[in-house]
Write a protein of this length. Structure first.
Length: 226
């Protein structure tokens, strides 16, 4: 088992960021074969921004959870493909892909759609992990689908896949009482938050593992009531 490195450096390899811009328009639509509440998750996609300047920001909590899952599942070093860093892990004998888009947040859908098409996964077999302003810091919520809720990375995934029906794991970062929410999510953790961050990321990784092992409904029952 590799030693945990995500807290000391969110991404020791600093990937070159793709140019920012508007979310892409979907060029193809996915036909959903089954509901995300019953599907077996095959791809966990943690959202964030690439580059050292973003490593310790609230908006990169999805990357932190993906790194923790890579550590727990003893995943090999990621390969760079389909606009993402992709680790091929094994969970209880079955393959699970752990991925982090190499684009900026607003273009996350490029990685999601390319990976699903190449590996012939259904959108219902995707779990997206990201930061949530409308949850208090440290709160965890799972859901089977729905709107982007103002999150540009999720909006990009919805646009590229042509569907809202994919599982989400939302990790609360809290909403600022004043000031610009965008500056807030792109800001660094407070000293108080940083003290609790490892436990929060661990709990979010627990929730992701529960989805992998028990399915979304059982995981929701276990984690959404907390």
């Amino acid at each position: 088992m590799r030693c945990p490195t995500w807290l000391s450096a969110c991404a020791r390899s600093s990937f070159a960021a793709a140019p920012s811009g508007a979310p892409p328009t979907a060029t193809s639509r996915f036909t959903r074969r089954q509901s995300s509440t019953v599907a077996e998750i095959k791809l966990v996609l943690g959202l964030g921004n690439t580059g050292k300047q973003y490593e310790r920001t609230r908006h990169n909590v999805g990357f932190l959870v993906a790194h923790e899952l890579e550590r727990r599942l003893d995943a090999p070093s990621p390969q760079f493909e389909h606009n993402a860093a992709v680790s091929r892990a094994s969970y209880k004998g079955r393959r699970v892909l752990l991925a982090r888009p190499l684009t900026m947040m607003n273009l996350s859908g490029l990685a999601a759609s390319s990976l699903l098409r190449f590996y012939k996964f259904d959108p219902s077999e995707l779990l997206v992990v990201y930061d949530e302003l409308d949850l208090a810091f440290g709160r965890i919520r799972l859901r089977p689908g729905g709107s982007a809720g103002g999150h540009n990375g999720v909006r990009s995934v919805i646009t590229s896949l042509g569907t809202q029906e994919f599982a989400r794991l939302r990790v609360g970062v809290g909403r600022p009482t004043r000031g610009d929410p965008i500056r807030y999510v792109l800001g660094r953790w407070t000293a108080e938050e940083a003290e609790s961050l490892e436990a929060v990321i661990g709990r979010a990784a627990d929730a992701a593992e529960a989805v992998l092992g028990q399915g979304l409904v059982e995981a929701m029952n276990s984690f959404n009531g907390e």
